[in-house]
Design a protein around this ligand. Sequence first.
Ligand SMILES: NC(=O)c1ccc[n+]([C@@H]2O[C@H](COP(=O)([O-])OP(=O)(O)OC[C@H]3O[C@@H](n4cnc5c(N)ncnc54)[C@H](O)[C@@H]3O)[C@@H](O)[C@H]2O)c1
Length: 388
Amino acid sequence: MATKKEIRIGLIGTGFMGRTHSNGYNRVPNFFPDLEYTPVLKAVCSRNAEKVKAFADQWGYESIETDWKVLIARDDIDAVDICTPNDTHAEIAIAAAAAGKMILCEKPLSRTLAEGQQMVDAVEKAGVNTTVWYNYRRIPAVTLAKQIVDSGKLGKIFHYRANFLQDWTISADVPQGGTGTWRMDVEAAGSGVTGDLLAHCIDTAMWINGAIVDVSAVTETFVKERMHQLTGKVEPVGIDDACIFHCHFENGSLGLFESTRYARGHKALYTFEINGENASIRWDLHDLNRLEYFDYADESIVRGWRSIHVTDGDQPYMDKWWVPGLGIGYEHSFIHQVADFFKSLEMGEKPCAPTFKDALETQKVCEAVLDSAASRSWKDTGVAGKIN
Ligand SMILES: NC(=O)c1ccc[n+]([C@@H]2O[C@H](COP(=O)([O-])OP(=O)(O)OC[C@H]3O[C@@H](n4cnc5c(N)ncnc54)[C@H](O)[C@@H]3O)[C@@H](O)[C@H]2O)c1
């Protein structure tokens, strides 16, 4: 067997995403054995030495660090994987770029557009490879949706509709800031559901249906004050608890997006539906192996919504997994992103989208959405052309 080229990973952050990415690196050699590159779990970093040691043992990292600056300075790290809260992305990424490392960064790219632009400038100056973990693109049914739209089967597209609904912050006792609830603190998160949840919907939407050119939004903060875990004081809440916006896509279709953490009964209901002249498709994260498809060209007596179980070997990524009929899960989208990142290094032509530059387009829409809500007016996003 030919010797694999090693990519020595330095992962920062050992929470939810630290686990999904570590699982991705561990599984890729088993399920994508033809890749030229293979990950080596060189080092993992988090601030608590005892916890990071336990994580390293659990997931197979060779060494630990408690200071990300030390990790970045190491000569034996090729790629830095940023799995920390949003307020750390820019500082870590800019330092990693200056050190010449490849960077895999969690979404949203940044808290603000200005911060994101600095990150793009830094990686372009350094000429390093990047990718941002908008992993939903790599769920086979979502990738198939993109392929169906690209094939022209839907014809002219009229509507794109997406929701991302949760219910975990309804209680006023949920604190803001600190471990576990940094998402509730505008300083750490940058925004609420807009950057956390709608960013995913916007990334998928623009990848499938093209640029969002202008937006009109409303946001609401239902609980205005919460205990801050870091200061111990009750402080004003600066994030958007809910956001609804509508928009125009460059292709002439209309978009409608809603996200909230106050939809009792919904844990992570990410859904989208696209209506075209000839056909429609819809997808639901809670049933992620299925893509629903309606084709007006079907004979009228059997015409109706069909439910495609996206598990066949000729459907995206599924030749790597089990046998037709057997589904895969959320975690596989991260395995696919690791594989696609390595494949892009191997091919050397196209970077693994979305790169930092690609993800900045989503930041532009998020910023326009928040500006629109604050000013109660339509805002242009400045996004145009094809979205990678
Ligand atoms: N792609 C997705 O679907 C998805 C899902 C969840 C979260 N995210 C993103 O991933 C990032 C992390 O979110 P999470 O849910 O894993 O958060 P988390 O709170 O579960 O984990 C964050 C980790 O970062 C560590 N950390 C914080 N500051 C640090 C520092 N200065 N140095 C080293 N380690 C530090 C914490 O100790 C913790 O281990 C966020 O940007 C979030 O938006 C993406």
